[in-house]
Design a protein around this ligand. Structure first.
Ligand code: ZN
Length: 136
């Protein structure tokens, strides 16, 4: 069995516009903006903000077919997922599947910040979308 995960790597938050929401985080809360990158595979712009040992990840859809655009259409802006930092993501994913947990990806996929990520199906987790995230 894999060792228990020991940190929340980040919390993902869906926003319609980074430009509109970033000032709250940087100017009002005073968090450090670590950078913004475009993740083409998921049709999103992603901004990371450092908050203590973890991060907030603001996700702005760049196309209507983005899963984040669909989320905002259905539920509005807000908390989208919780990312659990893990090591050896492939074996962790395999172990979860063996325990009957549904996943959205069979294999880890490239995520923001050079991480490998995979999502667990909310139907298997009490309706929380969890991301497994391994930083290389
Ligand atoms: Zn994430």
């Amino acid at each position: 069995m894999n060792e228990a995960p020991h940190k929340v790597d980040h919390i993902g938050i869906a926003v319609k516009s980074l430009e509109e929401h970033l000032p709250f985080y940087t100017q009002v809360l005073g968090l450090k903006h670590l950078g913004t990158e475009h993740v083409e595979s998921q049709h999103v712009n992603v901004a990371f903000l450092q908050i203590g040992e973890t991060k907030l990840e603001l996700l702005e859809p760049t196309r209507s077919e983005s899963a984040i655009a669909a989320f905002i259409d259905k539920k509005g802006e807000g908390v989208h997922h919780v990312a659990i930092g893990v090591t050896d993501i492939s074996s962790r994913l395999q172990e979860l599947k063996e325990n009957g947990i549904r996943t959205l990806q069979d294999q880890p996929v490239p995520g923001a910040g050079g991480a490998e990520v995979a999502f667990l199906h909310p139907k298997s987790t009490g309706r929380v979308l969890y991301e497994l995230c391994e930083k290389k």
